[in-house]
Design a protein around this ligand. Structure first.
Ligand SMILES: O=P(O)(O)OC[C@H]1O[C@H](OP(=O)(O)O)[C@H](O)[C@@H]1O
Length: 329
C-alpha cells in the first residue's frame, strides 16, 4: 500500500503504478485503458485492509479518482470505472470486496466479447481484396480486419505512421503477424495514397452524442480528404466509447501532451540556438481531434453499425439521460 496519510484513503501501490502507466502511455488505446482501470480496481479491492465498509468504499473511490485523472479524452476510462463501481454491493467488507472483483471481471469479459462482436459487424463492410487505410493503433479497428481475415477475405493495408508517437508501427506489426501486406506511409502521404484505398478504418477514443468522432490527431484531416476522394470512413468503436456527458451538452476535453513528444531537447536547441527559454517558440501537441459526423460514413459497434447522426438513440438506451462522475454512483 502507498504511505499512510490520515486524510487520504489508502490507495494500493499497484493502482498508482497503473495510473502512471496510463499517463505515460505505457498502457494506451482506449479499450486497453478501460480494461487496465477495471483490473486496477479489482486489485485495490483484493488488497484493501479497510476495517469498515465505509472505509472500503472510500478507498475504491480514491483509486477511481486517481485512475480517472490520468488522461482526459478516452471516455472508456470513466465508463469502465462507473461500470465497476456500480456493481459493488454488500454489507460487509468481504461482500464488498467480492462484488468489486466480480464486477471488474464481468466488465473485462464484456469488453472482450464486445470487441469480437464489433469485429464481425465491421468485417461485413470489407470485401475480399479490399485495401484499408489506418490511422494510429486501434484494437477495435483491427478486430474488423481480423474477422474479415477469419472469414477468408484477403485484405491489404496502408498504414499511416501517426506522428508524434508512431502508433502506426504497432498496427503494422499486428497486421504483418496476421500476414496482411502493409504499406507504411508518413502522415503527409495519406492523401496521395487514398487513391489506392477502399476504406479509411479508424478507432475512437470518444463518440459524442451528435455523432462526432474524437480520435487520434489527424483523423479529421484524413476524413475530409477521404470524403473528397470518395473513400468511405468507417469508425470502429465499442459502445464503451460513447460519451454520456455529451448528451447534456458537455464537450470532450482534448488532451494536450508534452512538447517533448514532438521535439527533442537537441532539436529544440537547434531551432533556438541553444536558448531553452525562448519565448518565441511554442510547441503544441494535441493528442486528439474531432471529426464531424458529416465526414463519417458508419460507426461500427458491437450493437451493429450506425450512421453517426443516429448514435444518440443508442446512447440514450445505454446510459439514460444523465451521469455524474464515476465515483458519484
Ligand atoms: O480502444 P482502441 O480501439 O484500442 O483504441 C482507440 C484509440 O485509442 C488511441 O489513443 P492513444 O494511442 O491511447 O492516445 C487511438 O486514438 C485509437 O484510435
Amino acid at each position: 500500500m502507498a504511505p499512510m496519510d490520515e486524510d487520504q484513503p489508502d490507495v494500493a501501490a499497484v493502482v498508482e503504478a497503473t495510473a502512471d502507466d496510463i499517463a505515460t502511455m505505457e498502457i494506451r488505446g482506449a479499450a486497453t485503458i478501460g480494461d487496465a482501470a477495471a483490473e486496477a480496481l479489482a486489485t485495490q479491492a483484493e488488497r484493501s485492509d479497510a476495517a469498515t465498509p465505509a472505509a472500503f468504499r472510500d478507498q475504491l473511490r480514491a483509486a477511481a479518482r486517481e485512475l480517472y485523472e490520468t488522461r482526459p479524452t478516452a471516455v472508456s476510462l470513466p465508463n469502465a470505472l462507473r461500470y465497476v463501481l456500480r456493481g459493488i454491493e454488500g454489507e460487509t467488507v468481504e461482500e464488498l470486496r467480492e462484488s468489486t472483483i466480480a464486477s471488474a471481471e464481468e466488465f473485462r469479459t464484456d469488453l472482450e466479447q464486445a470487441q469480437e462482436q464489433l469485429g464481425e459487424v465491421g468485417a461485413n463492410r470489407l470485401r475480399d481484396g479490399d485495401v484499408v487505410m489506418t490511422h494510429c493503433h486501434s484494437t477495435d479497428a483491427l478486430s474488423c480486419v481480423e474477422a474479415a481475415l477469419d472469414a477468408g477475405k484477403e485484405i491489404e493495408a496502408i498504414v499511416k505512421e501517426t506522428r508524434p508517437r508512431k502508433q502506426g508501427h504497432i498496427t503494422a506489426e499486428q497486421l504483418r503477424e496476421w500476414g496482411v501486406p502493409v504499406t507504411l506511409v508518413v502522415d503527409n502521404a495519406a492523401r496521395r495514397y487514398l487513391d489506392d484505398a477502399d476504406h479509411v478504418l479508424v478507432g475512437a477514443d470518444s463518440i459524442a452524442a451528435d455523432g462526432s468522432v474524437i480520435n487520434k490527431i489527424g483523423t479529421s484531416g484524413l476524413a475530409v480528404n477521404a470524403r473528397e476522394r470518395g473513400v468511405p470512413v468507417m469508425v470502429a468503436a465499442q459502445t464503451i466509447k460513447l460519451h454520456p456527458d455529451t448528451m447534456t451538452g458537455h464537450t470532450v476535453e482534448i488532451e494536450m501532451r508534452d512538447e517533448s513528444e514532438v521535439l527533442s531537447e537537441t532539436e529544440y536547441a537547434d531551432i533556438t540556438g541553444g536558448d531553452r527559454t525562448d519565448e518565441g517558440l511554442t510547441v503544441e501537441n494535441p493528442a486528439f481531434d474531432v471529426t464531424p459526423p458529416r465526414h463519417v460514413d458508419a460507426i461500427v459497434t458491437e450493437r451493429g453499425q450506425f450512421p453517426p447522426e443516429s448514435i444518440v438513440t443508442l446512447m440514450r438506451e445505454l446510459f439514460g439521460e444523465t451521469t455524474g462522475e464515476p465515483w458519484e454512483v
